[in-house]
Design a protein around this ligand. Structure first.
Ligand SMILES: Nc1ncnc2c1ncn2[C@@H]1O[C@H](COP(=O)(O)OP(=O)(O)O)[C@@H](O)[C@H]1O
Ligand SMILES: [Mg+2]
Length: 310
């Protein structure tokens, strides 16, 4: 086990930010901590890293108890914080070099690692730039390079793609996959379910400081009752006809809003055909039709009763 969080409780005054949080991260995984803003992701990361005191619980990293003075553990961790932390007085190259030199002694090796980290985040053209001259996406990439330059075994990234352009976002996600393929274990926090679905092997969904569900994305989706969502564009359906569709076999719910008829069906069965037959037989004209498999948002919605999105 690379990380083991057991019964973690953290209060800020009267606010309970972490409420007996539990999860385990195995070697070689990309582990996703998925939760809405304010669910406790950053607090959890800060406790795991011993940057923040907590009220209860235990944290083990690499099989050893973690603590503020466990430098041997810290050396093997790369941290990419939610708030970019680089030196404005240093160039891109100098920043990465500096962070590397905190961990590595050999000068040649520092240079080599610095170059590798620069090409890893594709900042070759910006080596001599100062952070203030970089766009948000490039600055994030610099922040990541500083966090991974010493080749840590465990890499923790806290919402690394917030306010990042799509090109940088893809670079970041591809980079995380690559680091993982090269052997690093990764903890990735986000409130974007698409990203977590895209790159994470294991996912813990957190809400109000508690893990409400965890597993692979397929395991999570199998936990919920809906199988598929059908959306049909129609302008002339009556309340009565909607009631009849609601009564069709294997239909879980029907919502009609904004000329969109959204039908959720039970797991394993597709009832698109019977719905379309019903509409044809009753001369209900319809436009675009599409179906969607459940998303992690559906899982979150079913478990907590609210949307993952802000
Ligand atoms: N330093 C702090 N003092 C008081 N409350 C805090 C502090 N940091 C975070 N919180 C609160 O703790 C909860 C969890 O916050 P946080 O860990 O930042 O969540 P997330 O990273 O998932 O957005 C939120 O309700 C937040 O307002
Ligand atoms: Mg946060």
């Amino acid at each position: 086990m690379i990380v083991k969080v057991d019964g973690l409780v953290k209060r800020y005054g009267r606010l309970v930010a972490l409420d007996y949080l539990n999860f385990e991260v195995k070697e070689g995984e990309i582990f996703g901590l998925l939760g809405p803003n304010g669910s406790g992701k950053t607090t959890a990361i800060n406790c795991i890293l011993s940057l923040l005191k907590y009220d209860k619980g235990t944290i083990e990293i690499f099989g050893k108890k973690m603590g503020p003075d466990k430098y041997d553990i810290k050396r093997d961790i790369g941290i990419i914080m939610q708030n970019v932390a680089v030196f404005d007085e240093l160039t891109v190259y100098e920043n990465i070099y500096y962070f590397c030199s905190l961990y590595i002694n050999d000068k040649e090796k520092i240079k080599e690692y610095t170059e590798e980290a620069i090409s890893f985040v594709s900042l070759e053209e910006y080596k001599k730039f100062y952070p203030k001259k970089l766009s948000g996406g490039l600055l994030r990439r610099l922040n990541i390079a500083c966090g991974i330059v010493h080749k840590p075994k465990l890499i923790i990234l806290d919402e690394p793609t917030v306010a990042v352009d799509p090109q940088s976002r893809n670079k970041i996600l591809e980079g995380i996959k690559l680091l993982n393929e090269q052997g690093a274990t990764v903890i990735y926090t986000s409130h974007y379910m698409e990203e977590v679905e895209q790159i994470c092997d294991k996912i813990a969904i957190i809400d109000k400081g508690k893990v409400v569900a965890q597993g692979t994305k397929d395991e999570l989706k199998a936990m919920i009752s809906i199988g598929e969502k059908i959306t049909i564009e129609t302008y002339q359906i009556t309340e009565e006809q909607i009631m009849i569709i609601r009564e069709l076999p294997n239909v879980i719910s029907v919502i009609y809003d904004n000329n969109q008829l959204e039908i959720k069906s039970g797991r394993g069965k597709n009832n698109l055909l019977q719905v379309l037959h019903y509409m044809e037989n009753n001369k209900i004209a319809f436009g675009k039709v599409f179906t969607q498999l459940p998303t992690l948002n559906d899982v979150f919605l079913e478990i907590t009763g609210k949307e993952l999105r802000d």
